[in-house]
Design a protein around this ligand. Structure first.
Ligand SMILES: Cc1cc2nc3c(=O)[nH]c(=O)nc-3n(C[C@H](O)[C@H](O)[C@H](O)COP(=O)(O)OP(=O)(O)OC[C@H]3O[C@@H](n4cnc5c(N)ncnc54)[C@H](O)[C@@H]3O)c2cc1C
Length: 386
């Protein structure tokens, strides 16, 4: 890697570490206990400009790549914090950037880059469709210069913390389609000015995450808020998946490194039977093994990010990075929890909180089964299961 690039990335790491040092364990522990959104942390990160790294300079962002964005999220998760609170502000705008009109980009991107507009709600999942996104039923029916939206979504995160929502909705009935990946369209819904009835209810989740069930009843969206062509929305969403996989992998790697460091430190200090527990191979080896797996996953993430940033296709690498890093983080979480014995379950050690948080990466935004299906079917050419 070029030396300047290397030192620029090190500078980003250092800057994020500095911001995160202002938000210690107790900040995240208290937010977790209260189920509170970590607003002060998100405000600090927004003010730093690091959430706008992927937005081109012409729109007020830093114009950097996925590699740099990944470093930012990795370092947040390597601290006591968690990037899930705000990672979507970084990449949800990608659909707008890639497929929006010049007018839409000019209208929204500078305000998103400056943090004046929060675009961190991305509504795809529905109760009746689950992982089969081409089966979503929420309908957007065109009436003159607007679309009328009716339907339901589930697990849609950060709605109360967003001004805009990226919405995937059906514009052609499923049965009328030959190609089932067509017929869906993407919209920018302005949550500050809703016409019609829009309700959202928070779901009570396993960790401090602000996700919701949504109900749309005759919600109006102006035609000019449709992104790209009608019926091509699923393609536009797929376009963003590799970036998302690489960023999610980065968060998992950050978690994995946090667990390995925390576990190794504790195992070196805790004395039982007259010696540090880490001297026992039953404690030491699981941490060493997890370390090897986290670092191997980081190598795959780096390969995926370099390919992505140089415009090469990277579906296989991005999916492998997400798979390997989420599994490695979970392995490290278990090794760290085991090393802590009973203390691993005590909130004040933060292990149980991070343990609950990191489990998500194996399930969302896409389950590892479907990542394996992608590798088996699209990369290795085996028969399809669906
Ligand atoms: C905390 C959290 C936040 C989320 N935030 C968002 C958000 O902001 N926006 C959004 O749109 N969605 C969001 N999601 C939804 C998430 O993307 C979905 O949960 C995920 O896509 C899986 O859908 P599902 O839960 O309906 O599982 P299902 O599709 O019902 O799958 C259940 C299980 O069956 C397995 N399975 C299904 N089909 C197959 C198959 N063919 N082969 C092998 N295994 C299979 C799956 O892998 C999984 O293990 C969030 C979810 C969570 C938990």
């Amino acid at each position: 890697m070029h030396r300047d690039l290397q030192s620029d990335r090190e500078a980003i790491r250092e800057a994020i570490r500095k911001i995160c040092s202002g938000f210690p364990d107790a900040y995240w522990r208290d937010a977790d206990k209260a189920g509170a959104y970590p607003q002060a942390f998100v405000d600090a990160l927004t003010a730093s400009g690091y959430l706008a790294v992927l937005i081109p300079e012409e729109y007020g962002g830093a114009g950097l790549g996925i590699a740099e964005a990944g470093i930012i999220l990795e370092e947040i998760n390597r601290s006591p914090g968690n990037g899930l609170a705000c990672h979507a502000q970084m990449y949800t705008m990608g659909t707008l950037l890639k497929h929006g009109s010049a007018e839409q980009k000019r209208r929204y991107l500078p305000d998103i880059a400056a943090g004046r507009l929060r675009l961190q709600a991305f509504a795809v999942t529905e109760p009746n469709a689950g992982s089969e996104s081409t089966r979503i039923e929420t309908a957007a029916v065109r009436k003159g210069d607007r679309y009328i939206v009716n339907g339901q979504k589930i697990f849609i995160s950060r709605v109360a913390q967003s001004d805009l929502m990226l919405l995937l909705a059906r514009t052609t009935p499923y049965d009328e389609l030959e190609d089932k990946t067509e017929g869906l369209s993407v919209f920018l819904l302005d949550l500050r000015d809703i016409k019609g009835t829009f309700e959202f209810r928070p779901l009570d989740m396993m960790f401090n995450h602000h996700t919701n069930i949504l109900f749309f009843e005759n919600v109006e969206i102006p035609v000019e808020n449709r992104i790209g062509e009608e019926g091509k929305g699923f393609r536009y969403i797929i376009d963003g998946w590799n970036a998302e996989r690489i960023l999610i992998a980065s968060e998992a790697i950050g978690d994995g490194r946090w667990f390995v460091d925390k576990g190794a430190k504790y195992a070196s200090e805790r004395v039982v039977f007259g010696k540090p527990i880490g001297a026992n191979q039953g404690v030491q080896f699981p941490l060493a093994r997890a370390y090897a797996h986290v670092e191997a996953a980081a190598c795959m993430r780096d390969v995926a990010a370099e390919k992505f940033d140089s415009g090469e296709s990277c579906g296989a690498e991005a999916n492998m990075a997400k798979l390997l890093s989420s599994e490695a983080a979970w392995e490290a979480a278990n090794a760290c929890l085991d090393a802590h014995g009973g203390y691993g379950f005590a909130r004040e050690y933060d292990v149980e909180r991070k343990f609950r948080e990191t489990r998500l990466y194996m399930t969302a935004p896409i389950n590892n089964n479907l990542v394996l299906a992608f590798l088996g079917q699209n990369v290795l050419g085996m028969p399809k299961s669906y």
